[in-house]
Write a protein that binds this ligand. Structure first.
Ligand code: PLP
Length: 376
């Protein structure tokens, strides 16, 4: 059987996909026929250090030869060091690790519930927070949420960017308001500058916690370590995942000083294991060295793709194509550039943060030519 036949027979058909990627190096990936692609998807904002960055590979291999797993029953080498990095980068307090974005949000929601003694959450239209029973409850898209109701927690949804609609929903029963500082899965939707400060005020007025989901926007993606740092506000809890360990599964929450789980309130078998922490520490060092260039690289996309009037914050780039977004993506793929079709006819570009100016120039040229060819 071919891998496609095997997949059809043995793997649940949750994903629509066209090819197999078998190798990656920097911003380039290779399919099983040896064709190369400039990768502006980066495993959906995950491979921020590029594919198989030598420092990350070395850290993973060295740790794998020494110890792969030991359990959180024991101190884990590298775990406290990595927690310190995340705490200092965010300017917040203590860290708890997880294995994914959804799991990080679960931890954030549990922490908000147990420390507030309240049950309800408020999220936003088109927000995405994950697909577990808890994180799905605060994810807006009815098509992926409603088939699984009842979900883990009561949640109501305000209009994203609209503080008045939020004010009407948050009250003394609200454990937390959870939001994406920039909506990723929906196609890079950037709210006005007064949105985060306004959410902070409403949370302060009602005693609700403010959870900022930095799963996609965090770890340097927007030109700051975390997207909330473009504003002056401090969240109570942030969740992190995608770009945290270059593709080794990992997630984390960081809470503000003094806000924490007590003994036995939360736990995990795999989370914050030695290999994940080694990958995370190596990833952190690479990102730290390139972070100052991220915003400038985003501006190169803004200039190069100006015909589409793109939405840009660092290396999170989105633009609206409409019905023909999938065609544009297919044409770019044919010409050796991978782009992502997000919701509502939006294209999302979330390339490795290590992408070079030359690679950006090539990417922009291929996307523009594809649009010309298709008459978009
Ligand atoms: C991807 C994403 C998640 C879910 O992360 P998983 O690792 O797939 O569980 C949650 N929130 C945001 C903002 C995301 O982009």
């Amino acid at each position: 059987m071919t891998y496609k036949e095997l997949d059809a027979k043995y793997f649940m058909p949750c994903f629509g996909r066209s090819m197999q990627i078998v190798k990656g190096e920097g911003c380039t990936v290779f399919d099983d026929e040896g064709k190369s692609y400039l990768d502006l998807v980066a495993g959906i904002a995950v491979c921020s250090t590029g594919h198989c960055h030598p420092k990350v590979v070395e850290a993973i291999c060295n740790q794998a030869q020494k110890l792969i797993h030991c359990s959180n029953l024991y101190y884990v080498e590298g775990q406290a060091e990595f927690a310190e990095k995340l705490s200092k980068a965010s300017g917040m307090g203590k860290v708890f690790f997880g294995n994914s974005g959804a799991e990080a949000n679960e931890a954030a929601m549990k922490l908000a519930r147990v420390r507030s003694g309240r049950k309800n959450f408020v999220s936003f239209s088109h927000d995405f927070h994950g697909r577990t029973i808890g994180s799905l409850a605060v994810t807006h898209k009815p098509a992926i949420r409603e088939p699984f109701e009842p979900l883990g927690t009561p949640c109501s949804f305000a209009e994203y960017g609209d503080l008045e609609s939020l004010k009407n929903l948050v009250n003394k029963d609200t454990a937390a308001v959870i939001l994406e500082p920039i909506q990723g899965e929906t196609g890079v939707i950037i709210p006005d500058d007064d949105f985060l400060p306004g959410v902070r005020d409403i949370c302060d007025d009602t005693g609700a916690f403010m959870i900022v989901d930095e799963v996609q926007t965090g770890m340097g993606r927007t030109g700051e370590w975390f997207a909330f740092q473009h504003s002056k506000v401090m969240p109570d809890i942030i969740s992190i995942a995608k770009g945290i360990a270059s593709g080794f599964p990992m997630g984390a929450i960081v809470a503000r000083e003094g806000l924490e789980f007590t003994r036995s309130e939360h736990g995990s078998t795999f989370a914050g294991g030695p290999v994940a922490c080694a990958a995370g520490l190596a990833t952190y060092d690479v990102i730290e060295s390139i972070l100052p260039e991220v915003s400038m690289k985003g501006e190169l996309f803004r200039e190069g793709l100006s015909r589409f009037n793109p939405r840009v914050r660092g290396l999170m780039v989105g633009f609206t194509i409409g019905d023909r977004a999938a065609e544009l993506s297919a044409e770019c793929q044919k010409n050796g550039v991978l782009i992502n079709v997000a919701a509502d006819g939006n294209i999302r570009l979330v390339p490795p943060l290590v992408i070079s100016n030359e690679e950006i120039a090539r990417a922009v040229e291929v996307i523009n030519e594809a649009a010309d060819t298709l008459g978009i």
